[in-house]
Write a protein that binds this ligand. Structure first.
Ligand code: ATP
Length: 388
């Protein structure tokens, strides 16, 4: 287990009477790639700025290697930052942009020799895959290459921690994806702790060791990408991370949850008997089957071809689910669905209950066809009970 490098304890930030961070508690380990993820305004950048020392929390403490650093200014912290708008020096070439910090700063109390600077710059160029670019004018580089120079410039001082605030935000999708892989590789190659801010859930899932999901200045969940995706703690996290159908349910007993009046087997346990719950079902965990075999039956109201699969919107008694399937089902067809126990995830009710997870409002495109009527001949199968 890697040792703890940074700890935020009960950090609260108030701006103009607005509580923008509310008692944040966070532990960041050495060598970790940790991502702060959440919608705009949730407090990600403020958290990053507290770690960097650019702002002091209104209350609470920040520790680095167990030492309280609330009053340590940014330049005395072994932390560097890469912003979305990285300002490279346009009059310096790639080599000099990276060497700049080494030339002006003392390192471990002394100036570095020319040879030391050269070997560190060349090492960085290798790490960010820009070997051979040292004498290129930075203005002649692509956005992704410029971003890599900015990262090299931040890393060349060998900080213990690199803070990255939406560093890929200005890049187009393709470049973003390439840079995500690059960043992960760079983090692994250097062993430096990365604290990364993004509102892009896919980016967070693909790069991070740990994801911190935030909303309204509060940490909602901390976990590995797999934990966050498979075991969201509430409807906000389930909705923010990937696509989810979130429906009301009743936890009858351990391993049995009732949805739309039918009992489903699940793997969840530890709830009170008959506790009202939120149930999340991912679109890829729903199998479309023949009506007679369906645990539930519904009507297809929209189909969109997505390349690898179809996004199918299905109306279950007025509640619209998103199902992702490789089987084509025409609009207006009646279908049955089957969900395996491990495709059902049960959550306690929260302040977010009822706010997410019904695809009626997914997009205008999905609303073209209004709720489909139930065919009279299907009334019986609709009521068929699936016993867990
Ligand atoms: P985004 O993704 O849009 O950058 P964020 O999650 O990083 O959002 P923050 O930048 O941390 O959010 O801002 C959180 C809240 O604090 C916002 O409502 C913002 O307007 C407010 N805020 C941030 N800095 C200040 C400041 N210096 N003075 C007043 N309010 C501020």
């Amino acid at each position: 287990m890697a040792k703890e490098l940074i700890r935020l304890r009960d950090c609260t930030m108030v701006f103009d009477d607005d509580v923008v961070l509310n008692k944040i508690n966070l532990s960041i380990k050495d060598n970790e790639f940790l991502t702060l993820l959440g919608p705009s305004g949730c407090g990600k950048t403020t958290t990053l700025r507290i770690i960097g020392g650019f702002v002091k929390p209104t209350s609470g403490d920040v520790f680095f290697n167990g030492v309280r650093i609330n009053d340590v200014p940014p330049h005395k912290r072994t932390v560097n930052t890469v912003f979305q708008k990285y300002a490279l020096f346009p009059h310096l070439d790639v080599y000099e942009n990276i060497a700049f910090g080494l030339r002006i700063n003392r390192h471990e109390g002394r100036r570095l020799s020319k040879d030391e600077i050269h070997s560190r710059v060349m090492e960085m160029l290798e790490i960010v895959s820009l070997k051979g670019f040292e004498h290129r004018d930075v203005t002649s580089l692509s956005g992704g290459q410029q971003q890599r120079v900015a990262i090299a410039r931040a890393l060349v001082n060998r900080p213990k921690v690199l803070l990255l605030d939406e560093p890929l935000g200005a890049l187009d999708l393709r470049l973003r994806k390439d840079m995500q892989i690059e960043l992960k590789r760079i983090q692994e190659a250097t062993g430096i702790t990365f604290v990364y801010v993004t509102h892009d859930q896919e980016e967070a899932l693909s790069m991070s060791d740990t994801v911190v999901v935030m909303d309204g200045g509060v940490i909602q969940q901390i976990g590995t990408p797999e934990d966050i995706y498979n075991e969201p703690v509430n409807a906000f996290v389930a909705d923010f991370i990937g696509e989810s159908n979130i429906v009301d349910g009743i936890m009858i007993e351990d391993g049995v949850v009732e949805i739309f009046g039918k009992k489903f087997a699940c793997l969840d346990a530890g709830f009170a008997p008959n506790e009202p719950v939120d149930v999340v079902i991912r679109p890829e965990d729903v199998d479309i089957v023949d009506i007679k075999d369906g645990m539930l039956t519904g009507t297809v109201t929209n189909v969109t071809f997505k390349g690898v699969h179809y996004d199918v919107i299905v109306d279950f008694k007025g509640f619209k689910w998103l199902i992702q399937t490789t089987d084509y089902c025409p609009v207006n067809s009646r279908i049955g669905i089957k969900i395996d126990p491990d495709g059902i995830h049960v959550m306690h009710k929260s302040q977010y209950s009822g706010m997410f997870g019904d695809y009626s409002s997914y997009s205008a495109e999905y609303e073209e066809i209004s709720d489909a009527e139930l065919g009279p001949e299907e009334t019986v199968s609709e009521d068929k009970l699936y016993e867990a």
